[in-house]
Design a protein around this ligand. Sequence first.
Ligand code: PLP
Length: 283
Amino acid sequence: RTVYVNGDYVPENEAKVSVFDRGFLFADGVYEVTSVLDGKLVDFAGHCGRLRRSLSELSMNFSVSDDELLAIHRELVSRNGLEEGLVYLQVTRGAADRDFVFPPDDTPATLVLFTQEKSLIDSALAQRGQKIFTVGDHRWSRCDIKTVQLLYPSLAKMEARAKGGDDAWLVRDGLVTEGSSNNAYIVLADGSIVTRDISNFILHGITRKAVLACARKLQMKVVERAFTVEEARHAVEAFSTSASGFVSPVISIDGHEIGDGKPGPVARKLRDVYIEEMRKASI
Ligand code: PLP
């Protein structure tokens, strides 16, 4: 694989980042994952916009423009012959002597990108549906910033896996926030789609925004509010969304079957419509 590091395209085994990089020592970095369909980027503008917001919330200096980022994404997709999969981008505050105080403003940020080949449309998990277990949300309270501080979500997912599940939904004060790496939704008996409202307790998913727009276009009722674990267990359908999973149906929560235990019609419809819309708009 060819990867990108600070201006250079290099074979992955020749790529170098300093051991003093603040991403490595302090998880002082932010990232984005953009999916690729038919060799083109899905909702690149959305990911770029959120990256700028993450950088700004952490007062991180970063001089690479959106146009340059687009060019790097495209070059990497092309060099790796990527038709379907993901582009991962990470920006850290750069390398400096280990100190809790930020390094001087002129310290160059570290920019790394790599591609990952992955079958996104034909997904076995989306076909079967996910088994979810709920786990306490012990993350910090700035989940709206997409930082590389991913240890807790990783532990949560492992806890769900240990119980025989596929993923974890995180719960703060009895209310579901989101999945370990996706936004969470339930569908009620009246057909309305419920998902947590935007706040510092969830990541403002780029897929979430696009999927809710699809739902509204399809005249589905969307309610952005918190919901309890109990409400989720008794929902008629459930699903999650993310750049890599698109719309991914949920078939059980904490061992309680959701609906008839198969991917539901709302999730399947939204998955199809989202993929169709994104394919048209990818660049
Ligand atoms: N929530 C969390 C915690 C995530 O890590 C992610 C994606 O990585 C999402 C939600 C979904 O965001 P997006 O749709 O932009 O991929």
